[in-house]
Design a protein around this ligand. Structure first.
Ligand code: ZN
Ligand code: ZN
Ligand code: FE
Length: 748
């Protein structure tokens, strides 16, 4: 006989890990105990050497579906001759660093119970077990135990209690366990009816959806607005009521088979769709669903992830629903019943409300497969607040991110926890969510702010920067925006001393020289910091960041540099009046800023190729341009020289404008623009990596969410043998900034 002490770290609490260990011990006749400690699961295991070995193998290789093992250590210790294997009570000693599990999609075993007429939980929308169900969205504090969740009001009935207390049961210590006899319920509320009976409420909801009505449905991390995606009248009505002009709506397909009829789904995309996080996955559409995703071939699709979703589809709801966060654009999802009822009153025809409170708002996550693997565009439900990397932090670090696509990173004992997506801090609701989440994270991990390093963006007028400066902190730091983008990729990989060439291309960020940066090349590492070595040629930008709304306003600055004989208010360009005004201001340098923004260059090119309207959401013109380019396979490119550490856009814009005047097809021109950018990225990368003796290129920033550009860059750099690193666990957009800030703060 031998004895081992095993320590497992990672997402191992609230995911059925201890019962799994218990069952495994029984199978292998192992004696000893398992318990939840402050830094993970601890196991004392005694048994015969070969049995111990196979126990350890299973432990590491077949953990419960939602568990993520970050590290597993095994030490030999003296035999204590236990005669049983037991689950010991949770210990709470020091500051907790046990990871809070993200919310999980309903598992197959629970789904079976839902449709089994003889099961206690037949048709019950709050069915869950240790392998599935809510976590982060119901947690009020740590350790994760029922009295510290929003389920504390409901007392377990005898059946639920026996399941909860039985180590061999699937519901052993499933904190939100409930059944129709003891748990919360759903009801339907509309202007003229109130249906208390749950089954009838679900039936009526289905009927309303079929009739083309708009429903507010309470979900895991907030309310959704739902309607039949195949009913254009309903979808248009929803757009009108929500004041949402063109931004695509997310869809929920009843099954993977239904999803396959509306979009092309690769095996990688299917894996994402079916993962326990159940994110929205961006896919190329096969069919046109009118008004769902105007001017955009991509559809954001997700599969059902709560028992309620399955119950609705089982009861005959339309097989493809629009499922959009119930909020106004750029605001976080509504999650409190009273607020939802009030703010959605003019939008929803009826409310399907569940009684279980939501502790915090968590939006649906958005993901996509890109040429380098999977990527996250919005990191929230199913991912947050999991730890994304281990950082060598000397003390706790709180990084407040950027104002657009806000997220917060808290580093405790070296583990970097990244909050859910919080929205655009320009909006009151998002700012509120930002403050709530900040204090929420700090309280949950019992962090003392006065002993913490607080990091913010270098932008002095960001809300997040100003808020940071008002916090009590041991140390205040600011990090330049684009350095944080590059750092986020290295932080994900735990590459602290690796020197790289980092490209940060995005719409906007405050530069060292106070200009609006966004087309930057850096050399350095997390440890030594990043030196800016090259950039897009400076252009004028009338109105600064406000210009992001008007592609022609960006064009006015970039085109200001071209030969004067261009006349852009005439055909084929026909720029509206705003252009003329902006061009004059640019010429006289009034209200004009300097910019190296690649995002604004995309806007200027989109304008040249016919996109003269207003952006109704961030990045709209760039997405339009990418889709336009995709309909051409041209390999033409125009000069976009990289000289003296500067990318000069002037020859490129001049060629595009000449060719447009000559009547060339705009999709070919859009494609040629992408080709040219990719070529000059290659040229710059080859020059700079040679000059600085580097073998690795890092790409980050919102521009690198453009899959066509990534495909081209990957192909163009193939010959060069360079490593190309991109973001995978945090977004390449500003949602990843807080992680980059935290990583750099470890070395300042
Ligand atoms: Zn389950
Ligand atoms: Zn019960
Ligand atoms: Fe950015």
């Amino acid at each position: 006989m031998e004895a081992k002490r095993i320590c497992v770290q990672g997402t191992v609490q609230g995911v059925g890990f201890r019962p799994f260990v218990y069952r495994l011990a029984h199978e292998h006749t192992i004696m000893g105990w398992v318990l939840n400690g402050d830094s993970g699961v601890e196991i004392h295991a005694e048994g015969e050497p070969d049995k111990l070995q196979s126990f350890l193998y299973q432990l590491e290789h077949a953990p419960p579906p939602a568990a993520v093992i970050a590290s597993l250590s095994v030490n030999s210790i003296p035999l204590q001759k236990f005669e049983t294997f037991s689950i010991k009570r949770s210990q709470h000693k020091a500051q907790p660093t046990v990871r809070v599990s993200p919310d999980l999609a309903v598992c197959e075993a629970c789904q079976k119970e839902l449709v089994d007429q003889n099961d206690l939980r037949f048709g019950y929308p709050y069915t869950n077990c240790t392998n599935c169900g809510p976590r982060y969205s119901i947690i009020l504090g740590l350790p994760y135990d029922r009295p510290l969740t929003t389920m504390k009001e409901w007392r377990l009935c005898a059946t639920c209690l026996s399941e909860y207390s039985n180590p061999l049961d699937r519901r052993f210590h499933a904190q939100p366990v409930a059944c129709p006899n003891c748990g919360p319920k759903y009801y339907l509320k509309s202007k003229d009816s109130f249906i208390r009976n749950e089954a009838l409420a679900i039936q009526e909801t289905v009927k309303l959806l079929k009739e083309g009505k708009i429903l507010a449905l309470k979900g895991l991390g907030g309310y959704h607005l739902a309607c039949n995606a195949r009913n254009p009248k309903a979808v248009k009505e929803l757009r009108q009521r929500k004041f949402r002009k063109e931004k695509p709506f997310a869809l929920m397909a009843s099954t993977i088979e239904v999803a396959q009829t509306i979009a092309n789904i690769s095996s990688d995309s299917q894996e994402l769709l079916e993962s326990t996080a159940r994110p929205i996955v961006l896919l190329t559409s096969k069919v046109t669903l009118e008004a769902v995703s105007p001017d955009n071939h991509d559809l954001g699709i997700m599969l059902p992830y709560t028992p309620l979703h399955h119950l609705l589809f089982n009861a005959g709801a339309p097989d493809c629903l629009v499922m959009t966060s119930a909020n106004r654009s750029s605001e976080p999802i509504a999650y409190k019943d009273a607020e939802a009822l009030e703010s959605l009153d003019a939008i929803a025809d009826a409310f399907l409300i569940g009684e279980r409170p939501i502790a915090r708002r968590v939006d649906d996550s958005i993901t996509r497969v890109n040429p380098f693997g999977s990527s996250i565009l919005r990191r929230a439900r199913g991912y947050a607040p999991a730890s994304v990397s281990n950082l060598p932090a000397r003390r706790p670090i709180l990084a407040l991110g950027a104002d657009l696509k806000s997220s917060i990173t808290l580093v405790v004992k070296g583990q970097a926890f990244v909050s859910q997506h919080l929205g655009d801090l320009d909006h009151y609701e998002a700012l509120k969510a930002f403050k709530e989440t900040l204090h929420d994270l700090v309280n949950m991990y019992e962090v003392d702010l006065s002993k913490t390093t607080v990091v913010h963006d270098k932008h002095p007028y960001y809300y997040s920067s100003q808020y940071a400066l008002d916090l009590p902190a041991k140390k205040q730091l600011s990090v330049q925006h684009h350095r944080a983008h590059v750092a986020s990729v290295l932080a994900e990989r735990g590459s602290f001393d690796k020197r790289v060439l980092g490209l940060a291309f995005d719409g906007t960020g405050y530069g060292d020289d106070k200009a609006i940066w966004g087309g930057e090349f850096f050399v350095g590492s997390l440890q030594e910091g990043f030196e800016r070595v090259a950039h897009l040629r400076y252009a004028k930008l009338v109105g600064g960041d406000a210009a992001a709304k008007y592609p022609i306003q960006a064009a006015a600055g970039f085109l200001n540099d071209l030969e004067p004989q261009n006349n852009f208010n005439q055909a084929p360009f026909a720029f509206p009046k705003r252009y003329q005004k902006a061009a004059k201001l640019a010429h006289k340098d009034i209200q004009t800023f300097q910019t190296t923004s690649m995002g604004r260059l995309f806007d200027a090119v989109a304008a040249l190729l016919g996109y003269t309207k207003t952006n109704s959401f961030e990045g709209q013109a760039a997405i339009w341009l990418e889709h336009l380019a995709r309909s051409s396979s041209s390999s033409t490119y125009y000069p976009f020289p990289f000289e003296n550490n500067e990318l000069d856009y002037r020859p490129l814009l001049q060629c595009l404008s000449n060719e447009r005047k000559a009547g060339k097809d705009t999709s070919e021109l859009a494609r040629a623009f992408h080709n040219s950018l990719s070529r000059s990225i290659r040229e710059a990368c080859i020059q700079l990596t040679k000059q600085h003796q580097l073998d690795t290129v890092v790409l980050s920033g919102g521009v690198f969410q453009n899959n066509l550009l990534l495909e081209l860059v990957k192909a163009d750099l193939k010959q060069s043998n360079m490593n190309i690193w991109v973001n995978h666990t945090v977004p390449a957009n500003d949602g990843g900034i807080s992680l980059g800030q935290a990583a750099l703060a470890c070395f300042i």
